[in-house]
Design a protein around this ligand. Sequence first.
Ligand code: 13P
Ligand code: SF4
Length: 305
Amino acid sequence: MTEDLDKAGLLRRVRELARERNAVLLAHNYQIGEVQDAADFVGDSLELSQKAAAVAQDVIVFCGVHFMAETASILAPRKSVLLPDPGAGCPMADMVTGAEIRAWKASFPGRPLVCYVNTPAEVKAECDICCTSANALRVVESLPDREVLFAPDRNLASFVARRTNKRIIAWDGFCYVHNNILPRDVRAMKERHPGAEVWAHPECRPEVADLADRVLSTGQMVKEAPLSAAREIILATEPGIIHRLKRDNPGKEFYPAHPTIHCFNMKKITLRKVCRALEDMAPRIEVPSDIADRARGAIEKMVRL
Ligand code: 13P
Ligand code: SF4
């Protein structure tokens, strides 16, 4: 039945099913436009975790990638969390496993471990506190220790290391989307738009961050765009965010720093798959309770900070 509906019909059906199932639709800033437009809330990783912990509905349809749906399920264990495409993973999160992180931690005894939320639940279960790109520096600074282990994003680790007096010992992971944006891409865009500011995500390489006027998480970009005097902004991040920035700031121009780079996993979620997930109440993301119970403390500590 879902297959016969056009876009407007799908949207109506999604709304109707969401009401029937008592579901809320949460979407990440990198989702495709039709999914962002259908969502009850669009945000960055931190905002979405906070929402998942606070919403009253019984069902969360998570329009994002697997680790985000896992985080929602850990924070709201009595709710059903649906991920409309179970293949929407995050290659960076998959760069570290529970066994690998246990061995790494053991080789640095006494140091606390900070885990980016872009990790599997089994890795979060091993860490002292989680962070997102919006609060990584604050999280690291909140620890009393002088040396801190940080996994898995080496670029976010370097962003923090340049702003703290603590020694950051980093795992060698990266986001292929942000890591593939090179200084020459940013310079080429600057030549085409000389009046534009450059805003980079902290998952970018340090050499790209060095060319940026500001380094901001996606949620910070959304908040800062209407406040900024810049009329043109080059964004060194996943271009999905431009949908929302354009809608919220009609007088401004936003350009992707790289013309073709996308997070293919984020784009796997479509309105049709959201509709099907609500019809079938599947695919459901569940985290084994022993892992979820150990990971919850580290995520809640971050959400409270
Ligand atoms: P934020 O939305 O927290 O900035 O994260 C970006 C990201 O790459 C999520 O996968
Ligand atoms: Fe993972 Fe990068 Fe995609 Fe975010 S943008 S989900 S970090 S691959």
